[in-house]
Design a protein around this ligand. Sequence first.
Ligand SMILES: O=P(O)(O)OC[C@H]1O[C@H](OP(=O)(O)OP(=O)(O)O)[C@H](O)[C@@H]1O
Ligand code: HPA
Ligand SMILES: [Mg+2]
Length: 183
Amino acid sequence: MDARDAGQDLERVLLTEDQVHTRLREMAAQIDAHYAGSDVLLVGVLKGAVMVMADLARALTVPVTMDWMAVSSYGSGTKSSGVVRILKDLDTDLTGKNVLIVEDIIDSGLTLSWLSANLGSRGPASVKIATLLRKPTAAKVDVAVEWVGFDIGEEFVVGYGLDYAERYRNLRDIGVLAQHVYA
Ligand SMILES: O=P(O)(O)OC[C@H]1O[C@H](OP(=O)(O)OP(=O)(O)O)[C@H](O)[C@@H]1O
Ligand code: HPA
Ligand SMILES: [Mg+2]
């Protein structure tokens, strides 16, 4: 679906599909340069990061493998509960691997700070983070992030994998959700 199909549910479009794709290609070039000569295990965080993973992984030229983890702290609302639960763990042993966590958004930072510590304790060679979006003013904890697509404001955004109550993940663009949808 595109922004037109979302109709009144969006307050406005924040980033178009083209802007997102262009930025992901820039990030991929930097990530390629960083990992030149080695392999990378991309760890996608379900479900929000599915679209980012699909486009970022295809833009990379270094050898990659992909695995997925499902953690959830948001449930069906717009606020982080702060409690991170593992819903699905990795299939891969991380010993000696270069791990790159791929995320759609860092909001409070609670999910990523917990996840990077968790993966870091499994004996990897390195753990780094690439996220498409980050809300710097919403951070409750500091997370060291190597690659950020866009810093955005504190509005609740949907599209390109990001949901509200599981909807809008298939919106091509990223938009600000209209308040009447969740008020
Ligand atoms: O920085 P934080 O405040 O922790 O928020 C960011 C996390 O919240 C969202 O996931 P969610 O738990 O909603 O699951 P989902 O990916 O399945 O939508 C998003 O995809 C990030 O993983
Ligand atoms: O702004 C957001 N939109 C969708 N999911 C999210 N998870 C954390 N922040 C957000
Ligand atoms: Mg979500």
